[in-house]
Ligand binder design. Structure first.
Ligand code: GUN
Length: 286
């Protein structure tokens, strides 16, 4: 029976530790960290995610504000909103919730580049992406950071492991490659044009899946003893589930993340950690 990698439990522990660190700094400096989120349009899932981020900010002592913008906004208006937050010294972190509405989606890279790199708590600015290339994870994307933290917490040896990642996005797959290389793993990225996906899945010591397809991974596909990180967030009949048939694979894996309660809470925890890192840098403390 596989061991459950309990992301919710670890995230709660990390958030508590962070809360104490934040309290200490507020006591010393009388300054409170603050995160601003920008939500464009009415995507229901994005609204839920942003609300969770604000709620967790409150729990650890980070102030937060939300900028809600109409889905009809044009490019210049969004640039101006970002610039206002860049100029506001009381804001230490800026998060532009993705995906953006179709009308302006093509400009996503320009919007992300507009966010001040020192306030870029998502780690999506080209400067922070470049730093990750040099294995600097100070402001690196939160989901891969959360995945690595979860593996390390459960003493999973990453060095030398064959890690298959089925996802090539800027949010998960691409940044995760650098974090794995830093730790001397052998990562393989799979995508829609991968010739022999089944072979890549079967060879994995650690399998990271983010394909947005419920039950995509079943026991026939995996190697005995594999560690599975399920990054899927699908809704089936109103219930959240991942990309892995959890019950089916449980006997065959050595470890697995549940959905919900696996990677999701870890992502939020690292958003808060990044916000605190950005805050400390901006007010010049360690
Ligand atoms: N949409 C889904 N995940 C994320 C994330 O980590 N950051 C942002 N900004 N948008 C997202």
């Amino acid at each position: 029976m596989g061991k459950i990698l309990d992301g919710r439990k670890l995230a709660n522990q990390l958030n508590l530790k962070l809360k104490n660190e934040i309290l200490g700094v507020i006591k010393r400096t009388k300054i409170k960290p603050k995160l601003a989120t920008i939500l464009v349009g009415e995507d229901p899932a994005s609204k839920i995610y942003v609300n969770i981020k604000h709620k967790t900010c409150t729990q650890v002592g980070i102030d937060s504000s939300q900028v809600n913008l109409s889905g009809d906004i044009n490019k210049t208006e969004l640039f101006n909103e970002i610039e206002k937050l860049n100029q506001d010294a009381t804001i230490h972190g800026i998060l532009l919730q993705l995906p953006l509405p179709l009308k302006i989606r093509d400009f996503t890279p320009q919007f992300l580049e507009k966010i001040s790199p020192i306030k870029d708590v998502d780690g999506f600015h080209p400067i922070n992406r470049g730093k990750l290339f040099d294995y600097n994870e100070e402001l690196a994307p939160c989901t891969p950071k959360g995945i690595i933290a979860l593996l390390e917490h459960y003493n999973v040896e990453i060095k030398g492991k064959d890690v298959t990642i089925i996802n090539r996005s800027n949010l998960v797959g691409k940044p995760l490659i650098f974090m794995l290389l830093k730790r001397n793993a052998t990562p393989t990225i799979c995508h829609t044009s991968t010739k022999d996906l089944d072979r890549c899945i079967k060879q994995a010591d650690i399998l990271v899946v983010a394909v947005s397809r419920p039950n995509f991974i079943t026991k026939e596909k995996i190697k005995e003893g594999v560690i599975i990180i399920d990054v899927g967030t699908n809704r089936v009949e109103g219930k959240l589930c991942g990309d892995v048939d959890f019950e089916d694979v449980l006997e065959k894996v050595s470890m697995i993340t549940p959905v919900p309660g696996g990677v999701g809470p870890m992502t939020v925890s690292y958003l808060l950690r990044n916000t605190f890192n950005a805050f400390k840098k901006q007010i010049n403390i360690n």
